[in-house]
Design a protein around this ligand. Structure first.
Ligand code: SER
Ligand code: ZN
Length: 677
């Protein structure tokens, strides 16, 4: 068991480290039960730290063999070693070198944090606090060091020896052993350290960056699985190209490596230059993988690769800022998938996931802000709120300031913070600067938990030719946050005319942008010069992670399903009609009646099978009914799973009957295209 520290960690108590570590020389001599790690640490007092502070390094499950300062052995009395730390009460007041030798047992490491051994191979996982299980260290993300790593191991057992950075030297080490030396020139926090050693197969390729540098690409997999690694390799190249084209970000080492093994239990990890994956997120072959698997692998490869700039080059000051790298990187991988595949399909499936998982988290006992203020165990905060809601916050930022200002803000962030460990405030300040906008209220999205509920009522005045939207917002209480303040909610909208075109938006005599920031609890928007009653299309492309209640009629929704230029809202309109029908169906069943049919819903869904619809994945989303979970969420407290299931079965049966012909025709038409098209 881990030594538990019952004291929670609080954001408000953040203090810069008293010491910095500029360079780390690691010498790792691999052995199944007694791996010897010698760490030479170039340490100096931090000018921002406290004067004359003790040096307290983190450690866990380590066996200290020896310690030296500037080559002189330390005596036991100079050191205070506990299960979770190594303290020097009186370290030198200037720069010094601390050399520590420790023994670790990779075979006994069943926590799979730090260095562990599985299937005869060695692997590490250091995020968030695993490096302290390899050697004593300042294991916090705001201590950035340049790493040089020498690995020595058995030639037979571990022909492959990998770490971060570029390979500088290899050679025999006697006794059937060999070594490799890796140097990573980019200062990084300890959580990005990685080491892999084993007998692995490899698939190789190359990428030429936008400035013409050649980067070797290697995907390591267990022997016999090489054939299934090609899709991952293609995904790496596509990710590298996309980050250059979309964000101007180039890869920065001579080699980029992915290791995929079946026993890696963190999913995937963005260690500098050496990403490590569970191989279910890498391997694919046409015989066994679905379209969804292909898309998922591409997205996860991209996610980890994109961390190279959002996470690695610019990292988090402390773990409260986790969303600085995760929310932003999820946003980036969502945009990548949107560009590679169908943008509306990606948006719809992300919103489905957000509503079913993150909204549920936000409404339950574990609700927490995108940036928590307090934790006992950081590993519990790798959550849908930090990742997925974190990505929605970035998307809102882009929606509010527009794509050009967003890109300019990202450029400023990369230019001004490269090589640093940052906070959310530093990130957001870049967008305030380029847009000239005050972002104080926007920051509430990071600190306030719960899903805002937005209620919208509309009214058309034919005499005055005005269309009025009354929007109110309220965020329900969450544990520890009873009272909520209004947040900035970007309402992307259109007023749709009879022919499906958007009417010009005029507010106060001037043209208005199609995104309105709802900043107050109650906002009234009056559009002028509105010649006919329009149908409003609200929260286009799901412009904010909120729950919408509106007075929109089924007629208006069915009109939007047909005519709206926004594909997300065409889908949403069908979903809303279906959801209302299902809720009514549940009520009917509970009163012992049969659910009523809604022939117009069948017609709206039937359009998915129109031969003119070329985005088949989008059509599939239109045809997919709200899930039982969606209905349950809509019902709130009073959930009757049997009734929900039956109501949905009724609706499916009715649709099946009404749509049998077009559905069969679509099936035949698509089957003619042949496999994998
Ligand atoms: N940092 C990792 C990620 O990419 C955690 O597994 O999300
Ligand atoms: Zn990530």
């Amino acid at each position: 068991m881990r030594a538990e520290d019952p004291r929670p960690v609080r954001l408000a108590e953040y203090r810069p480290s008293d010491f910095l570590i500029d360079a780390v020389h690691l010498d790792v001599s691999l052995d199944p039960e007694a791996t010897r790690v010698t760490a030479r640490l170039a340490i100096r007092p931090n000018p921002l730290g406290r004067e004359n502070a003790a040096l307290k390094l983190d450690g866990e499950d380590l066996n200290l063999v020896s310690a030296e300062i500037d080559g002189a052995p330390l005596r036991v009395d100079d050191l205070d070693v506990t299960p979770s730390s190594l303290t020097l009460a009186n370290p030198p007041r200037g720069p010094f070198e601390l050399t520590l030798t420790t023994l670790v047992d990779p075979s006994a490491n069943t926590r799979l944090m730090g260095l562990y051994r599985s299937n005869g191979a060695y692997c590490t996982q250091c995020e968030a606090e695993g490096f302290r299980r390899i050697t004593y260290f300042l294991d916090r993300p705001d201590v950035l060091a340049v790493y040089t790593t020498r690995i020595e191991g058995s030639e037979a057992e571990t022909p492959i020896l990998l770490s971060n950075g570029n390979l500088v030297e290899t050679g025999p080490a006697g006794d059937g052993r060999h070594f490799a030396v890796w140097h990573d020139p980019h200062p990084k926090p300890s959580y990005l350290f990685a080491l892999v050693a084993g007998d692995l197969g490899v698939v190789e390729d190359e990428f030429v960056t936008m400035s013409g540098r050649r980067v070797a690409l290697k995907v390591f997999v267990e022997h016999g699985k090489e054939d299934r690694a090609h899709h991952a390799m293609e995904s790496i190249k596509a990710s590298m190209r996309w980050d250059e084209e979309t964000f101007g970000r180039e890869y920065d080492l001579d080699v980029f490596m992915v290791v995929a093994v079946s026993y890696f239990n963190m999913g995937a990890m963005e260690n500098k230059g050496l990403n490590v994956f569970n191989d279910k997120y890498v391997l694919a072959s046409p015989e066994t993988a679905t379209d969804g698997d292909y898309a998922n692998i591409e997205a996860i490869i991209a996610h980890e690769y994109f961390h190279n700039w959002t996470g690695n080059r610019i990292t988090c000051r402390d773990w409260f800022q986790l969303c600085l790298k995760e929310g932003l990187t999820v946003f980036r991988d969502q945009e990548f998938t949107s560009d590679m595949r169908s943008r509306p399909v990606k948006r719809i499936s992300d919103v489905r996931g957000l509503r079913s998982v993150q909204f549920a988290e936000d409404a339950g006992p574990l609700a927490h802000p995108v940036r928590p203020q307090i934790y006992h165990e950081i590993n519990n905060f790798y959550t849908p709120t930090v990742y997925e809601k974190g990505a929605e916050v970035i998307r809102m930022l882009k929606t509010l300031i527009g794509p050009e200002a967003f890109r300019a803000g990202m450029d400023l962030y990369f230019d001004s913070h490269d090589g640093q460990a940052c906070t959310i405030e530093q990130f957001i300040a870049c967008f305030a600067e380029v847009s000239g906008r005050d972002m104080t209220q926007f920051l509430r999205w990071y600190d306030q938990a719960g899903t805002p509920e937005v209620d919208i009522r509309t009214a058309y005045d034919a005499d005055r030719k005005t269309f009025t939207i009354d929007a109110s917002q309220k965020t329900p209480p969450t544990p520890g946050q009873q009272f909520k303040q209004a947040v900035v909610i970007p309402l992307a909208l259109g007023l749709v005319d009879e022919d499906g075109s958007d009417m010009p938006l005029v507010i106060g005599g001037a043209p208005a942008a199609p995104v309105i920031a709802l900043t107050e609890e109650n906002t009234r928007i009056v559009f002028e010069n509105v010649e006919r009653r329009p149908v409003p299309s609200l929260f286009r492309n799901f412009s904010a992670p909120v729950k919408l209640r509106s007075d929109q009629s089924v007629e208006d929704l069915l009109f939007l399903a047909r005519m709206d230029s926004d594909p997300f809202n065409r889908w949403q309109a069908v979903q809303t009609v279906a959801l209302r029908g299902l809720v009514a169906g549940v009520a009917a069943l509970r009163e012992g009646r049969e659910p009523a049919e809604e022939p117009r819903l069948a017609e709206a869904i039937g359009r998915a099978f129109d031969p003119a619809e070329t985005d088949c994945a989008y059509a599939a989303q239109i045809a997919a009914l709200p899930s039982e979970g969606d209905v349950a969420r809509e019902l709130g407290e009073d959930v009757d799973p049997d009734a929900i299931h039956s109501a949905r079965s009724y609706l499916k049966a009715s649709l099946r009957q009404r749509l049998a012909e077009p559905l069969a025709a679509a099936f035949d038409r698509l089957a003619e295209r042949g496999p994998y098209s």
